[in-house]
Ligand binder design. Structure first.
Ligand code: SF4
Ligand code: SF4
Length: 112
């Protein structure tokens, strides 16, 4: 099998990959990135925590805190779907570069 014609064709065609991170990807509508909380509208109903399939969210009504372990999140969007406030108090942002060597840095606690 002679691969030379294909090799020459590939040599002069545009690459199939992007030059990430220099060239940023365009994210599709409805992309589910890092979950973010809005303290202004949250009523501490705990529905996001109860419905999170990986127990990534912890809500403390008394202390008015909302915590997430981003390392546990599977970006399913369920917390957003069940949040009863309008506008939603929890949403998937477009942040996706979340990797890091320190697991403790995935844990965030926010206070109202
Ligand atoms: S996106 Fe899914 S896994 Fe992540 S915090 Fe929300 S409900 Fe939990
Ligand atoms: S579901 Fe919405 S309103 Fe209820 S605790 Fe979670 S973020 Fe707050």
């Amino acid at each position: 099998m002679n691969l030379l014609p294909e090799a020459l064709q590939r040599l002069f065609s545009r690459p199939a990959t992007r030059r990430y991170p220099k060239q940023r990807p365009s994210l599709p509508p409805g992309f589910r990135g890092k979950v973010e909380w809005k303290k202004e509208t949250c009523i501490f109903c705990m529905l996001c925590a109860i419905n999170c399939p990986t127990n990534a969210i912890v809500v403390n009504r008394e202390q008015k805190t909302w915590s997430i372990d981003v390392g546990k999140c599977i970006f399913c969007g369920k917390c957003h779907d069940v949040c009863p406030t309008n506008p939603k108090s929890v949403d998937n942002s477009d942040k996706f570069e979340l990797a890091g060597p320190d697991k403790d840095k995935f844990k965030e606690t926010h206070k109202k």
